[in-house]
Structure formats: C-alpha cells, structure tokens
Design a protein around this ligand. Structure first.
Ligand code: SF4
Length: 410
C-alpha cells in the first residue's frame, strides 16, 4: 500500500456544529485556540482571531469573565472569521450573557459551576438557541466532592465521572449538543481519562493537555498526549495549550493534523536530513533558510533539504522537490529525478522558484522543462567524486565496529 493511502480509523461520534464548523461524526478534526487579549478590547481580540485563523485555527475561544467581556463579544462575534466560543468559569450568568452576545459555543468547567440549577439554566437556554456546550473537565479544578471520593487524588475515573455527572444535568433539560474534554497537565493521566471517556460516550471529544507550558517542552508534552489519542482514533477537535503566542498553538495543531494525514496539506512540508559526516553543507542553516523562505507561501508540497548527493536524492525520492549538496553545488531533484545543478548559495532561491513552478504547472511540466539526463550525469559525477574522496563509510562506522570488536576481544 502506498504510504499516502494509509489513514487512521476514527472512532464514531455524534456530530454537532459550532457555528459553521462541524465537530464529530466523521467531520475533519478541527483546530481551536484561545485569545490572550482582554475580550473587552474588541479590536485587539479581533486582530488576534484573524492571526489565529491565518495560522490554521477553525474555532477560537475567548474568555467571558465579566460584563465588559460579554459586551466585547457582542462586537467580536459578527466580525469574526471563525466561530467564537465563550469560556465560562464560576459565573453562570456570564454564560447567559455570552449567548446574548451571539457566541456559537460555550465552554463550562463542571468544577467551577457546581449548582445544578445554574448548570440546567444555562443548558436550557443553549438548547433553545441551538448552541453547543463543551463540558471542560480539568484535572486541576476537579469538583472537591469527586476529588474526595476518589481517594484525594485526581484520577481518570474521577474526571470521567465529573463529565458524566454534567451530562446527566444536561439530559434532564433535554440538551445534547455536547462535546467533552478531560484535560490534565499530566500526559498519562489525560490519555487514560480520554480512553475511558471514549468507552462510555459517543459525544465528540475535544483533546488537550492543559497548562502544557512554554516552548519547546510544552509543544512536546501536548503532542505526546494529543497525537497518541488521535492515532487511536480518539478526538474530534484539538487545542494546544501553550504558554506562548496563541498563533503557535494554531500552527502546532495544523502541523500535527497534517502530519497524521488528518488535514489536507496547505503549506510546505519541509523535510531535511539530520546531517552526518557526509554532509557537504551546513544542513541546519540551509533547512532554516528554506523554512523561512516557505513560511508564508501556501504551497502544498513536500520539499527536502539533503546534506549530500551521495544519499540525498535516493532517501528523499518521494518528496515533490528536493535539493542535495555536492562539491559546492546544489543538485535539484523532482520526485527523485535530477533536474538541475546550481551554485551552493542559490540552493534555497532555486527551491522556491521550482516549488512555485510545480505548484502552478505540476510535476510533469517541471520534468519536461529541463534536460534531466544532463542533470543526472552531473549528479552522478559529483556523487562518484564524493565516494572516491570519502569512501563508502564517511561516518567511519566500520572503523568503529572494528574497534568495538578489538575492545571486546581484549
Ligand atoms: S548521508 Fe547525506 S543525506 Fe544522509 S544524513 Fe548524511 S549528509 Fe544527510
């Protein structure tokens, strides 16, 4: 089977809609992020929402913690390019105010709004307006009663119970436009809570590792949790909770979904070899230059930067386009076929020019553009020269193996 045909089976869930974004029921996994501005600052919040949408966010959440925030939402929602969810803690009246402001979704934390009559009042209003609510259980703010009953610890079972209890309140008022999250900053805890939850409900699930922290560690922690569950087919919408510009959250979500094949690629997938003793250029510097050059170009191509022409074109033969260094020249290849040779300092500019050509005219047109035989001969010449200079074992692995044998024999 072609690697491109492999897909991850998804768990069947019900479908709800957050504004015009479908969540669950086989809809594409959506990306969420949250603004860090004061919601009362309408222009500042809208500017951030637009940046988030550009970076890949499908849905944006804004806090609604005070009357001024609800008033801000009344101005933000009609001008937002994506559906807006109001984040509610403690004051159920803020949920009612946010719905008056026109938001397309709510997030309630069961640990913070605990009076059943308040929960039901919000759910009944949301039912009448057709607005979905996320039950956002958070390991750090679990209902104290559940905390006590589960041995004074936050456990997956306690988090699931908190979500189910909230669903019961919603059911009492005949409300079922629900999605659920059971986030924790502890990754194994969060993974297990979602696994257990997915066994007992078919409501769509919102995935996240809460308070994952600053980059890069936060990115890795959040990915460990979210990607593990997505790979098991669990999860309908995701949010990276990073201590960083929220644009980083949206970008991370997009890259994760694209790399799992859960979202169609819109940007360049830059791959690069890790470099080794054979490298003919500073692969890290060239890869970073290429990353920056392609950052704002929406080209759905896989592009490879490889350190040497000895192995590069072969190892990256599936890439739409790539370049490999050899004897101060860059050997450009399209789907593994050599197409051109350029001076080393023109490698990145050449990649950009060819990427734009391929995106517009396709691979066949790119291959028909040049004398590929000539490029192949040039590449073979540099490859042979490098093999002659470096031998088959540029990393001296065989010498090391020999030394190991001698050490063991002694
Ligand atoms: S052999 Fe060449 S392509 Fe492979 S890691 Fe080393 S420099 Fe990069």
């Amino acid at each position: 089977m072609d690697a491109g045909e492999l897909t991850i089976p998804r768990r069947a869930t019900r479908r709800i809609s957050v504004g015009d974004v479908a969540v669950g029921g086989g809809a594409p996994v959506s990306i969420q992020s949250m603004t860090t501005t004061k919601t009362a600052d309408v222009d500042g919040t809208l500017a951030q929402i637009y940046s988030l949408q550009m970076a890949g966010a499908d849905i944006v959440r804004c806090t609604c913690n005070e009357t001024e925030a609800a008033e801000g939402l009344a101005h933000i929602v009609p001008r937002s390019p994506v559906p807006i969810i109001a984040d509610i803690h403690h004051q159920y009246r803020m949920a009612l105010a946010a719905m008056e402001a026109g938001v397309q979704g709510l997030r309630l934390n069961p640990g913070n709004i605990r009076r059943p009559e308040h929960i039901k009042a919000v759910a009944a209003e949301a039912r009448d307006r057709g607005i979905p609510i996320r039950i956002g259980v958070n390991g750090g703010s679990l209902d104290p009663d559940l905390y006590e009953r589960h041995g004074g610890r936050v456990t997956p079972e306690a988090m699931v119970e908190s979500a189910l209890r909230e669903i019961d309140y919603f059911t009492e008022v005949d409300f079922d436009l629900i999605k659920i999250s059971v986030k924790a900053s502890n990754v194994p805890l969060m993974i297990e809570a979602y696994r257990q939850l997915s066994e007992v409900t078919d409501h769509p699930l919102h995935l996240g590792v809460t308070e994952a922290g600053p980059l890069p560690d936060g990115l890795i922690k959040a990915t460990a949790g979210i990607a593990t569950l997505l790979a098991e087919g669990i999860g309908d919408t995701i949010r990276y909770s990073l201590t960083a510009d929220p644009v980083e959250e949206a970008k991370a979500g997009r890259v994760l979904l694209e790399s799992l094949g859960l979202r169609e690629r819109t940007n360049v997938d830059l791959i690069a070899c890790p470099s080794c003793g054979r490298a003919e250029v500073d692969v890290i510097a060239i890869a970073e230059q290429a990353r920056d050059a392609f950052a704002d170009r929406e080209l759905p191509l896989q592009i490879a930067v490889m350190g040497c022409v000895v192995n590069g074109p072969g190892e990256a033969r599936d890439a739409d386009l790539g370049i490999a260094a050899g004897r101060h020249r860059g050997h450009l290849f399209v789907k593994g076929t050599n197409v051109a040779v350029v001076p080393e300092d023109e490698m990145v500019a050449t990649l950009v020019e060819w990427a734009e050509f391929i995106a517009e005219h396709g691979t066949d047109a790119a291959l028909a553009r040049v004398d590929t035989q000539r490029a192949a001969r040039e590449a073979e010449r540099d490859r042979a020269a490098l093999l002659e200079e470096q031998g088959d074992d540029a990393n001296a692995s065989e010498q090391r193996v020999e030394l190991i044998h001698r050490t063991v024999a002694d």
